[in-house]
Every structure is written in C-alpha cells, then in structure tokens.
Design a protein around this ligand. Structure first.
Ligand SMILES: Nc1nc2c(ncn2[C@@H]2O[C@H](COP(=O)(O)OP(=O)(O)OP(=O)(O)O)[C@@H](O)[C@H]2O)c(=O)[nH]1
Ligand SMILES: [Mg+2]
Length: 223
C-alpha cells in the first residue's frame, strides 16, 4: 500500500513537471536545476554567473530553502528577478517539487526571459529524485566535501548533466586528490560535463559560462 502511495505522488509530480517543460519549450526558455549539499557554493556561483553571463541573456532565478530569504536577497543584488520558495510552511521539504516551481515561475512573463536558474534546497539526496520540469541538472561539489561523495551519493551524479567542482581556490590549503575526485564522478556518470571553478576568484568560470550560454542559445533558437 505504501509503495502505491509513493508512486502516485511521484506520478503527479512528473505530470506537472511535463507541463512545465512544455510551457518552457513554447517560450524557448532554458531552466537549469542547481543542486548540492548545503554550503557547496550554489548561491555564490549563481551570483558570479549572473554577473558574468552575456548581457543578451535575460535571466530569472528561483531559489528554494526551508527557511529565510537570505539567498534571494543575495541573488537579487544585481537586479535579477528572484522568487524565494520557503518549504517550511509546507512541511519543511528538503527538495523542490514540480508544483512549487510551477507556482514560482507563474509570476514571470516567460516571453521576456531566456534562462531560469533554480537553486534547489541544499541536500545531496532528495532533490535528485524530483523532476521539476528543468532542461538541465547541475550538481555543485566543493573540494572541501571529500573526493568520495559521488560514489556515496550516486543518484545525484547519475541524474545531472553537469558537475561544477567548486572552491578550487582552496586547493593549496587542502589534502585533496583531484584525480580521485574526477574519477569518482566519472565512475558514476562517464560522460557528465565537469567544470573546475572558484566562485570566489572566478577561476574556471569562463568555460562554464560558455557552455551554459550555448545551451541557452540552442533552446532559444528552437522556439
Ligand atoms: N573559498 C571559497 N569559498 C566559497 C566559494 N564558493 C562559495 N564559497 C563560500 O562558501 C560558503 C557557502 O556558500 P553558499 O553560496 O552560501 O552555498 P550554498 O550552496 O548556496 O548553501 P545553501 O544554500 O545553504 O545550501 C559561503 O561562505 C561562500 O562565500 C569558493 O569558490 N571558494
Ligand atoms: Mg544557497
């Protein structure tokens, strides 16, 4: 009985996600779901992405947290339209579900945007299980978390299209086996895109931005 309930809930989620995906396709808007454990640097990376992305790309942001508008405040600093979702009033979910994301983007005039960046709730497990209607899934893994996280939390790395290995500015201070970390990611998802970056110094950011921009333009051209 329990299993049937779970299937029903996920089935409903997938149906809403499919509607969102159709709506975004009609408008040629790319949506990227950015996930990671708490503190890997999602917000800071998105701040740097917003600051450096080509100005001909119109971006909106949706950010999910259990509590507070801290991240929305940080992401709105440059004038980007931001919607904060707080999950605490709805049971404190550790992930964003398709219906809350649909609700959040319903406030945007989709014709005016090319890209929606979604910062998911900080959690390396649950967000990987919920389709929100996104085009691309991105996992941020910081070098302070340990090289083995991909093999310990494989689903996240399996479902993501791109991995951002963040905080590489800290490498001189760490005992970090870069090759092991990369091999760990590739052992779960052989052809995942990987960019090694620092959201503090902007190191490596250019390659990530080029890749993201090419995905935005491809979707916009298909409209
Ligand atoms: N040295 C260094 N610090 C970073 C980098 N990226 C983020 N940080 C710091 O790491 C801390 C957490 O960064 P956030 O951007 O808040 O992380 P988050 O993933 O958004 O966290 P949650 O939203 O709570 O899950 C902050 O103090 C950031 O300034 C980086 O590339 N290098
Ligand atoms: Mg954040």
């Amino acid at each position: 009985v329990e299993i049937r309930v779970v299937e029903k809930v996920l089935g409903a989620n997938d149906a809403i996600a499919a509607e969102t995906r159709k709506l975004l396709a009609e408008h040629g808007v790319l949506m990227v779901n950015v996930m990671s454990s708490p503190g890997s640097g999602k917000t800071r990376l998105l701040q740097r992405t917003l600051a450096r992305l080509s100005p001909d790309i119109a971006v909106a942001v949706v950010v999910g947290d259990i509590c507070t508008t801290h991240d929305a405040d940080r992401l709105a600093e440059g004038g980007t339209p931001v919607v904060q979702i707080n999950t605490e009033p709805f049971g404190g979910d550790c992930h964003l579900a398709a219906h809350v994301v649909r609700e959040a983007i319903s406030g945007f005039d989709l014709g005016a945007f090319d890209l929606i960046l979604v910062e998911n709730v900080g959690n390396l497990v649950c967000p990987a299980e919920f389709d929100i209607g996104e085009d691309l899934r991105c996992v941020v893994l910081s070098v302070t978390e340990g090289e083995d996280k991909p093999v310990k939390y494989p689903l996240m790395f399996r479902v993501c299209d791109v991995a951002l290995l963040n905080k590489i500015d800290l490498l001189p201070h760490l005992e970090y086996d870069r090759e092991l970390a990369l091999a760990s990611i590739r052992s779960i998802h052989a052809d995942i895109e990987i960019f090694e970056v620092s959201a503090r110094t902007d190191l490596g950011l250019e390659s990530w931005l080029d890749w993201l921009e090419s995905k935005v333009y491809a979707k916009r051209d298909r409209r």
